[in-house]
Design a protein around this ligand. Structure first.
Ligand code: 48F
Length: 259
């Protein structure tokens, strides 16, 4: 085996993928449960997508379950998605199903990738590109270690017809739109309202209701949708993340069709 051939294989195939990802139908920021579920449903419909994930590992907040007990709970609607994904969920008591957080994270990732999603880990989205009548039409990327090492290195940009903010509690892309661009979100105040204290029942319902186009070209999903619209957090029940990711994919497909 030749080390240089190995190195060329890695660099050439990575660059090919990255070049392909520079013109997307949908760019997803964050490879947590909501982002990966959206990616799976979009890739399955042959939509050209990529996920950009800041961390080395994908899965976001799934791995640790509740307080590091690596189990998650879903309700019957969430269980339907786990069933579709072939993830084991056992009934704890009527209406409550328990799944292994590690199986959920790894299976979601595997399904999304096998459906055709490209996942770029170790890349942070640091800005948005705004064009044509205040519409998000791209993302600005940099290697995550650049900010960790506080290096002064300029980023690169990609173009995308739609962006999905799946960055979790911090709703980072929506923050960029309000803070850097002065954009008005489709909330009651035009701003990010901020996540409220834990209430599983309401949080799970509202995270799906709040999965919307929050700004032209920008859809919020998962905890980002919760934070933007000011709903309660729900804790380690994850059906809402899956259902929100699925709804984000459906909405993106509808918006792409409208053009
Ligand atoms: O936090 P995360 O898992 O978001 P989610 O899909 O799910 C939330 C649940 O995990 C949990 C919960 C449910 O009960 O409360 O918290 O809504 O995944 C978000 C991912 O986005 C990445 C981050 O590293 C994480 O993996 N991320 C955040 N900001 C950026 C980013 C950014 N600017 N660029 C790239 N990735």
């Amino acid at each position: 085996m030749d080390e240089v051939i190995i190195s060329k294989a890695i660099v050439e195939s990575y660059i090919k993928d990255l070049l392909e990802a520079m013109e997307l139908d949908v760019a997803i920021v964050g490879a947590g449960p909501a982002g990966m579920t959206a990616a799976y449903y979009l890739a399955k419909e042959k939509v050209k997508i990529a996920i950009f994930e800041r961390k080395l590992s994908v899965g976001g907040g799934v791995w640790g379950g509740g307080m590091m007990f690596n189990k998650i709970v879903v309700q019957p609607e969430g269980k339907e998605i786990l069933d579709e994904f072939g993830i084991t969920a056992t009934e704890y008591q009527k209406g409550y199903y328990v799944a292994n957080a590690v199986e959920v994270a790894s299976t979601l990732c595997s399904l999304a990738v096998k459906a055709g999603a490209r996942i770029f880990n170790l890349i942070s989205v640091v800005d948005v590109v705004i064009r044509e009548a205040d519409r998000v039409s791209g993302l600005v990327l940099n290697w995550s270690p650049v900010s960790m090492a506080n290096l002064h290195i300029d980023p690169l940009a990609i173009r995308s017809k739609l962006v999905i903010d799946a960055t979790g509690h911090d709703c980072e892309i929506c923050h960029l739109v309000t803070e850097k661009v002065g954009g008005k979100l489709r909330t009651t105040t035009g701003k990010i309202i901020g996540e409220k204290s834990m209430w599983a029942e309401v949080g799970e319902r509202q995270v799906v209701e709040n999965t919307k186009e929050v700004y032209p070209g920008l859809i919020a999903t998962g905890m980002a949708a919760t934070a933007v619209f000011g709903s309660p957090r729900m804790g380690p029940i994850f059906g809402g993340m899956l259902l929100s990711g699925k709804k984000a994919a459906k909405l993106a497909i509808e918006l792409l069709k409208k053009g």
